[in-house]
Design a protein around this ligand. Structure first.
Ligand code: ADP
Ligand code: ZN
Ligand code: ZN
Length: 764
């Protein structure tokens, strides 16, 4: 903060001739000349011409006096905002990101700044129209001559008979609560209960002034936080964290142990000191409930920030924080890591194990949890990583003494750990104890729970009706013409759908190969489960939560609210239902098929399955009711289920870490994943072989592949993958250097340069 303003002052006083500007493109920073007399600071947003026909928003990265080698240098355009958009720490953080995740600063910029803040255009006119202008609203004040209490009083009495409503309104304005006025003492019009005509009349009669001003959410700092009283165990852990000399602390606490309450205490302390807090949550799905809980304690201090908010809301939040002097609580998804907080003192990463912290689809392909730790360390802030099932990376860091570690073993209050039943699907089939997708064991506990007026959640990790339809004559399956996958049948829309590219087709009646009409639905998704439940429990009200039913935020919220209020009895869903929800009336959770979770070839699959099953189980019996979790599987002897059953995270971690160590997987190494794409399969294959050879020349046996992923064609483009493993203790910086050489060669290669190569550092 102080540093920033001193620096800005220095920037203004020194005169520089050039500025390196970062543009929102996959390009390096470009050097521009600074016009005589223009005042620029590092971190400022400016309008700059790029190419002949583009005006972009750029960020002033570095001011200097070194003339560039090119002859003609363009001049920086006007400055866009009164504050620097990207502060000094944020700039260091962007630089770290670009280096670590091997992308350009421009790519970081593209993602870090909300779209409206960085207008662009083909001309100055187009640029200006795209520019962000804050929403305004009318603010009202009494004119100077009426501010004297007695004068106004007398006037009100005078007009009272003729215009009672007018007098009333004047009195209201005069007596308006100080804390709700703006810094000029004006009252926001929206807080007055009156219509526009009344205001206009008062103004015309000369009583008031009306000014359009930027709409600012006034923050009420006077409210004292009412914090939950911690239990003895919670207090012990809080003290452990507070007194730890480690800056990063892993809080390993079972679901319902009250990690959130512990966060609240640290948050309150930080805010009271005027520090900023960043509370990260994995997905928007989760944020709603948590934001509400935070608002109950911290009121208007809370700023929500995630991708489902409108661009305008995000931009307003960004601008407001850029002006803020501290004491902010941001609750958000990983994108909140880029907000311009200047006094960051605490970062909390809730559900730190969640894989959605990793951005995989576009550059920078960053891991939000790791970034949180790095960002916090740049500010000298404390980081708390919370989870009921920590990632093995964080757990190993705690074991190696890099992170502090605390364990909360008990649920808060009277709620107990749920009872977990492993239900053998094969045996149920043999004994005739299976109906549709349910073992009788699960049906019985569901029945009892519904009888008692309690709720049930059913988890199935596939959406749609059936993942494919197959011809019973020749084995034909209907596949996507653009992707190498089968089409999923959706019953409600009565369509076949590709879950990779969105292609839809009619449900086939005949097999096109052998003309047989006997097409069998194979496997089952949430939609089919929902249908089966409705048949088995005709009295129950059933709802489904998955990508298909929650296409909008309001649809999503309605489903969650209905279940929360008890308007629905059974909720069927995908991963979406497993996370963080706190529904007090749920006493039964059913996992319909755990087999595909347990038996997946990915090296993280055991860790993931353990996390998922434990999280799902955590939804049961959050209050007085004892929870029951039924896991249906034919792999009853799998050791993983034993660990889940006993809640034995340590055993899972020990076994998994041993394996990871033996094969040098993370956390014992870093993975670089390369994805190569091209429409021409034979070109792609040759290019991938060439790329593999080039990598092997530098990294030898650390290179694996190329291989075709399980879905090796999407939207008509073929895909090949390669992996590079760099063991701990080896220099990552050196590895990146070598890698850049190979990637440069590939980009310049006569034949293979049309192949798109993306690099994913610390791939999941
Ligand atoms: P976690 O975040 O570890 O899953 P929560 O913070 O959601 O656990 O706590 C589980 C439940 O217990 C919540 O409903 C919460 O309100 C309640 N709870 C936990 N600790 C306290 C406390 N100290 N005082 C009051 N309620 C608490
Ligand atoms: Zn057929
Ligand atoms: Zn497709």
């Amino acid at each position: 903060m102080l540093y920033d303003s001193l620096r800005a002052k220095r920037d203004f006083e020194m005169s520089y001739s050039y500025a390196d500007i970062v543009l929102p493109l996959a390009q390096p920073a470009y050097c521009y000349a600074i016009a005589e007399g223009a005042e620029l600071r590092e971190g400022d947003a400016v309008a700059v011409q790029f190419g002949v026909r583009h005006i972009y928003t750029g960020i002033v990265w570095r001011l200097h006096n070194e003339p560039p080698r090119v002859k003609r240098v363009k001049t920086v355009g006007r400055r866009l905002y009164d504050v620097p958009l990207v502060g000094a720490q944020q700039r260091r953080y962007w630089e770290w990101l670009a280096e670590y995740y091997m992308c350009t600063l421009g790519e970081v910029m593209r993602m870090a700044l909300p779209s409206l803040i960085k207008p662009r255009g083909a001309s100055e006119v187009e640029f200006s129209t795209a520019e962000f202008s804050p929403r305004t609203e009318p603010y009202i004040a009494l004119r100077a001559e009426w501010r004297e209490g007695e004068v106004l009083q007398a006037e009100c009495e005078r007009i009272c008979r003729r215009a009672p409503r007018r007098a009333e309104l004047l009195r209201t304005i005069a007596a308006f609560d100080e804390s709700k006025r703006n810094s000029l003492g004006e009252v926001p019009r929206r807080l007055l209960e009156c219509d526009a005509a009344q205001i206009a009349a008062l103004r015309k009669a000369g009583y008031i002034t009306v000014e359009e001003r930027e709409r600012r959410v006034e923050r009420d700092n006077s409210v004292a936080f009412v914090l939950p009283t911690l239990s003895d165990e919670q207090r012990r852990v809080k003290e452990e964290i507070a007194s730890s000399e480690k800056n990063v602390h892993l809080l390993h606490g079972v679901t319902g142990s009250g990690k959130t309450e512990i966060y609240m205490h640290f948050i309150a302390e930080t805010l009271s000191r005027g520090g900023d807090v960043l509370l990260l949550v994995p997905e928007i799905a989760l944020t709603a409930q948590l934001i509400e809980r935070m608002e109950r304690v911290f009121g208007s201090r809370v700023t929500a920030y995630h991708s489902r908010l409108t661009a305008l809301r995000r931009t307003e939040s960004y601008m407001r924080l850029a002006h803020s002097e501290g004491g902010e609580l941001v609750v958000g998804a990983r994108s909140a890591l880029f907000l311009p907080l200047k006094r960051l003192q605490l970062v909390v990463v809730d559900e730190e194990h969640d894989s959605s912290y990793k951005q995989s689809d576009t550059a920078p392909r960053y891991q939000g949890r790791d970034c949180a730790v790095v960002l916090a360390s740049m500010f000298g802030a404390r980081t708390i990583l919370g989870s009921a099932t920590p990632s093995l990376e964080s757990y190993a860091n705690a074991q190696w003494g890099k992170y502090g570690y605390s364990r909360l073993e008990e649920r808060y209050g009277s709620s107990r750990q749920p009872r977990i039943i492993i239900s053998d699907t094969m045996r149920s089939v043999k004994r005739g104890e299976r109906k549709s997708h349910f073992n009788v064991q699960l049906l019985n506990v569901m029945h009892d729970a519904l009888e008692r007026g309690e709720q049930v959640m059913l988890f199935q990790n596939r959406r749609g009706f059936t993942p494919f339809v197959q011809c019973s004559g020749c084995g034909w399956t209907m596949r996507c013409p653009h992707c190498n996958v089968t089409l999923t049948m959706h019953r409600k829309s009565n369509r076949m759908e590709c879950h990779y590219c969105g292609y839809v087709a009619d449900v086939p009646h005949h097999c096109p190969q052998c003309e047989t009409a006997d097409l069998k639905p194979m496997g089952f998704g949430t939609e089919r489960v929902e249908e089966a439940v409705a048949e088995l429990f005709p009295e129950a009200r059933v709802a489904r939560l998955d990508r298909d039913t929650s296409t909008s935020e309001s649809a999503y919220n309605r489903i969650v609210r209905d279940f929360e209020s008890g308007a629905t009895d059974i909720l069927v869903g995908t991963q979406m239902i497993t996370k963080g929800f706190d529904f007090s009336r749920v006493s039964v959770v059913g996992v319909l098929n755990a087999d595909n979770l347990i038996c997946s070839p990915d090296f993280r699959s055991s860790e993931r399955a353990f996390q998922l099953l434990t999280q799902v189980a955590g939804r049961a019996g959050r209050r007085e009711t004892e929870g029951v979790v039924v896991v249906q599987t034919s792999e009853t002897e799998h050791p993983l289920l034993g660990w889940v059953l006993r809640g034995d995270y340590e055993a899972m971690a020990r076994s998994e870490l041993q394996e990871r160590h033996a094969f040098s997987y993370p956390p014992y190494s870093h993975l670089f994943m390369f994805t190569l794409r091209h429409e021409n399969l034979s070109l792609l294959r040759r290019g991938a072989m060439w790329f593999a050879d080039s990598l092997r020349a530098k990294f030898g046996g650390r290179v694996f592949g190329p291989v075709a992923p399980s879905v090796d064609r999407i939207r008509g483009v073929y895909i090949q993958r390669l992996m590079l493993k760099i063991e701990n203790g080896r220099s990552l910086a050196r590895a990146r250097e070598l890698l850049r050489e190979v990637l440069r060669d590939a980009a310049a290669h006569e034949e293979y340069k049309p192949i798109t190569i993306t690099t994913d550092v610390d791939a999941q």
